[in-house]
Design a protein around this ligand. Structure first.
Ligand code: UDP
Ligand code: MG
Length: 337
């Protein structure tokens, strides 16, 4: 700053340290046991971001890794202050890790990205272009899924079909969390504090003007996937129950139809008894009816239970995550509640 003529007799406010100016771009990377991929990630991400010529920060959310992810992140932060770190006290899951990153991201535009380089950073350039054209959200759509197994492709297709039929907000198929969001979209996203966090649904729910960019999703650069089929199934259930109550309605309809069938059958049985007299045999039909209705009741109870369990999780009002330590982030910006 240029030296100023300061009148000593009147106290002047101390020249303030330059206020924290938000960077243009915040990259949010959730990480769980990613020691194998970290060196490759920072190498490729930082090299690319430097060529962009925009100010940026990389927020790494260490989701309770048990490998060398934490020390590697501390090292990276020491090397480059723009790499900031949030260490969770345990594994809270990717959706929560992502939320924590969004909570602290200060950039005018925010891009969540997977640690394994399956989301090519180079696409961010196109995102920025679209963002500058005036779109608030620019998301990446996979052109095809040929790096996935046939089973995963089929289940993903079915999942998007089902959820888009059931949920009130359209959720674009073949998108992940890889997208650019304007800071005002991020502000909207983080106001949704539900524990049942299906981020794709939350992103869709907040709305805003959006554009899409297609890309080919490469294989994981190193390390192992953290999502097996059981985890994906639970993820799908979270998505459906979080964004639709149609299963409850279906349960109601199934109940009504069964009751109707029972009434019709009852009328038939009574008339038959009145016309032909008492008919003792009937063990098979009795068993079938008892088992069918018993089974149906359990299914319907299960559906209700899914919602009730989630309702219970929400009413406890626990924080979404617990931060154990952080590097390079302002204290007090942890909005885990
Ligand atoms: N991840 C996370 N917490 C978890 C599981 C995964 O933060 O409990 C991160 C992981 O480190 C990666 C991203 O989420 O950066 C995507 O995970 P992964 O590549 O295993 O999923 P896939 O691409 O196979 O769906
Ligand atoms: Mg991956």
């Amino acid at each position: 700053m240029a030296p100023q003529n300061v009148n000593i007799s009147t106290p002047q406010p101390r020249a303030e340290a330059p206020k924290h100016t938000p960077p243009t771009l915040s990259i949010v990377v959730p990480m769980f046991n990613e020691e194998d991929v970290l060196p490759i990630l920072f190498d490729r991400l930082s090299t690319f971001l430097d060529t962009l010529g925009e100010s940026y920060e990389i927020i790494c959310v260490n989701d309770g890794s048990t490998d060398r992810t934490a020390p590697l992140l501390a090292e990276a932060h020491k090397r480059d202050g723009r790499i900031k770190v949030l260490n969770f006290s345990r594994n809270f899951g990717k959706e929560v890790a992502l939320t924590a990153g969004l909570d602290v991201a200060s950039g005018q535009a925010v891009v969540p990205i997977d640690a394994d380089l399956q989301d090519p950073p180079e696409l961010i350039e196109t995102f920025l272009k679209k963002w500058r054209e005036g779109f608030d959200v620019v998301y990446a759509v996979r052109r095809h899924r040929n790096t996935d197994t046939a089973m995963k492709r089929w289940s993903a297709k079915k999942f998007y079909q089902v959820i888009n039929r059931l949920s009130g907000v359209p959720i674009p198929a073949n998108t992940g969390d890889f997208r650019l969001m304007d800071q005002r979209v991020v502000k909207a996203v983080v106001t949704l504090r539900e524990h049942n966090r299906f981020m794709k649904g939350i992103f869709a729910w907040v709305g805003f003007r959006h554009a899409e960019v297609s890309y080919d999703r490469p294989e994981r650069a190193a390390g192992q996937t953290k999502f097996n089929y059981w985890r994906l199934w639970n993820f799908a259930l979270d998505g459906i129950t979080g964004f639709s109550t149609v299963p409850l309605r279906i349960a109601g309809y199934v109940g009504m139809l069964t009751a109707l069938a029972a009434i019709i059958y009852g009328v038939f049985l009574i008339s038959r008894t009145l016309i032909h007299g008492v008919d003792v045999p009937g063990y098979a039909s009795l068993m079938v009816a008892v088992l069918l209705i018993g089974g149906l009741q359990l299914v319907v109870l299960g559906v209700i239970g899914e919602y009730l369990g989630r309702l219970y999780a929400e009413t406890r009002k626990r924080p979404l995550y617990i931060v154990e330590s952080s590097l390079g982030l302002e204290p007090g910006r942890d909005n885990s509640q």
